[in-house]
Ligand binder design. Structure first.
Ligand SMILES: [Zn+2]
Length: 345
């Protein structure tokens, strides 16, 4: 099997020859290039070259392509700060009040920075290695995360807590969903095999399970459903421990759930069995600071616990730190070959 077949089988909940591996490595790749991240993350050609170089070194099955957690927000008109050794960070919120959502336009990804640059990177990766590696071109922030950035996180948390303008909260979440969905179509048109949304603000460390059900859940599910109707695979990434929203997380219908190391993968695997593929969830701190031996043990344990029956992709639980040592990343990738085989002895 090649990487495309291997990942495809895992997502279709069949057993491939072995567990596929993804890397969430855009910051590692950017740092390794030696150029300032502020240049790499603004330039699709440079980003693609960095991701290609990393893929040639590590040979992972799935590439997660993105430039951070501010792409959609910037395309919507927010100010974003690019640092030389960090991922882009959003500036002051765009909306002073929820009612301003009526003035927002959904950006055209083909002509709006920085989406247009990520589309360029997607085209380059697809042209160069699209038949050898599975390219997940990420549609960046999901409804909850983008809505919180546009409104300001603390203001948005207050909007949710008071519940006084519930209709306008849903209008903002709906707008954010349409932004990410429009972008997702473009990423697939440019050669992505799947796409993904990140929802760091949707996890139980940020909002209650009741708020998750009341607010972002229906918008995430609607996005999944619409894309699925067009044959597009969407991954849903929620940071933190998702145990208290296990049923809702699965019920979004996302074909791949990207899980944080704080989530109990064994528990979620049991709950998601025959429903959805899991991707994760090695601790990014362990990858950044642990030894090769510790990474190998953690991967071995996780593979033993989660590989059975297919539907599992090994990878980091979130974006790896830029300083993650390459020997630990090699240990992660190699562990799937050592311990992830489905061939019967
Ligand atoms: Zn995460």
């Amino acid at each position: 099997m090649n990487s495309i077949e291997r990942v495809g089988a895992a997502i279709e909940l069949r057993e491939p020859d072995r567990v596929p591996v993804d890397l969430h490595d855009f910051q590692v790749a950017a740092r390794a290039s030696g150029l300032p991240m502020s240049e790499i993350f603004r330039d699709g050609a440079l980003l693609a070259e960095a991701m290609l170089t990393a893929w040639r070194e590590f040979g992972h099955d799935m590439i997660l392509l993105e430039n951070g957690t501010a792409c959609n927000a910037e395309a919507c008109g927010m100010e974003v700060r690019y640092g030389n050794d960090t991922a882009p960070v959003v500036g002051r919120p765009l909306l002073d009040s929820l009612s301003e959502v009526a003035n927002l336009q959904v950006p055209d990804p083909y002509v709006t920075f920085p989406m247009s640059e990520i589309l360029k990177a997607t085209r380059i990766l697809a042209r160069e290695i699209g038949d050898k590696a599975w390219i997940c071109a990420r549609a960046d922030q999901g409804p909850m995360d983008l809505a919180a950035e546009l409104r300001g996180i603390s203001e948005f948390m207050m909007d949710l807590a008071t519940g006084e303008e519930e209709d306008l909260v849903h209008a903002l979440l709906d707008y954010a969903r349409r932004v990410a969905t429009r972008y997702a179509y473009a990423l697939i048109e440019c050669g992505g095999r799947s796409t993904s949304i990140g929802e760091p603000i949707a996890g139980p460390s940020m909002i209650s399970p009741r708020q998750y059900s009341q607010y972002p859940w229906a918008h995430e599910r609607r996005m999944v459903t619409e894309l699925k109707e067009h044959g597009i695979i969407l991954h849903l990434h929620i940071c933190g421990n998702t145990e208290r929203i296990t049923d809702e997380f699965i019920a979004t219908g996302a074909q791949v759930l990207e899980i944080d190391h704080k989530t109990d993968a064994v528990h979620l695997k049991a709950a998601a069995r025959d429903t959805t593929c899991l991707l994760g969830n090695i601790d990014t701190n362990l990858l950044a600071l642990g030894s090769v031996g510790e990474v190998d043990v953690a991967c071995h344990e996780l593979l033993d616990a989660c590989k059975h029956g297919g539907g599992f992709i090994l990878g980091p639980g979130c974006a790896m730190a830029p300083t993650t040592p390459s020997e630990n990343i090699h240990a992660l990738v190699e562990s799937a070959k050592k311990y992830g085989s489905y061939r019967r002895a």
